[in-house]
Design a protein around this ligand. Structure first.
Ligand SMILES: Cc1cc2nc3c(=O)[nH]c(=O)nc-3n(C[C@H](O)[C@H](O)[C@H](O)COP(=O)(O)O)c2cc1C
Length: 196
């Protein structure tokens, strides 16, 4: 049986991003549950701030089309995003807003055809005490509006600047299991949606 393929994205492209570290733990949880995970940095797909005039005059940017193709070729999404003032990041919002735009094939179909009905799992990480949990309700709502099936499991990792061992593992077993659990839930739902 083919493993479900999950795309893993961080809302931060920062070199030492805490969220990218959390994403790696989430990915391991999904892999242990039987999924194949591809981690992609949005920093490798730079995009202008969404601009309808630019879209009208130049069409969909190549990197937006590449991201649409990544979603098309995966069965679900693992996401870890920082919280900026209670919300997920503009990097993530802008990238996914571009992804939602009509496909460049002239069919008029929106990019959301490649995400609709696919499972997604959300986490956040912050050096602060709340671990970015205020942003998760917005992330959940936004992804649901795009058509993702967001699993109920979620996790905000607090004091994330002190939470990792040198090997990149979460030191607290409960926190690690919760983050891995989000990844595993996405893997399981991806298999269920496919009817495995
Ligand atoms: C504009 C801005 C707003 C922020 N707002 C919050 C916030 O609302 N809650 C929080 O816990 N941390 C907040 N932070 C701190 C981030 O959690 C911290 O910079 C974190 O390390 C960013 O994630 P990253 O390490 O994955 O890049 C904010 C940081 C920035 C730059």
């Amino acid at each position: 049986m083919l493993k479900p393929r999950l795309l893993a994205l961080s809302g931060s492209a920062r070199r030492d991003s805490l969220n990218r570290k959390v994403l790696a733990v989430m990915a391991r949880g999904a892999e242990a549950a039987g999924a194949e995970v591809r981690v992609v940095s949005l920093g490798d797909y730079p995009l202008p701030l969404y601009d309808g005039d630019l879209e009208d005059s130049q069409g969909l940017p190549d990197n937006a089309a590449r991201l649409q193709q990544l979603f098309a070729s995966h069965d679900g999404l693992l996401l870890a995003s920082p919280e900026y003032n209670g919300f997920f990041t503009p990097l993530l919002k802008n990238a996914l807003d571009w992804v939602s735009r009509p496909l460049p094939d002239g069919s008029g179909r929106p990019g959301t055809v490649h995400v609709r009905g696919k499972p997604a799992g959300i986490t956040a990480a912050s050096p602060g005490g709340l671990g970015g949990i205020r942003s998760l309700q917005h992330t959940r709502q936004y992804l649901a509006n795009l058509g993702f099936l967001v699993v109920p499991e979620q996790m905000g990792v607090s004091q994330a600047d002190k939470a990792f061992t040198d090997a990149g593992e979460l030191g607290d077993e409960g926190v690690r299991k919760a983050v891995e659990g989000v990844g595993a839930a996405v893997a399981r739902l991806a298999m269920a949606v496919r009817g495995d």
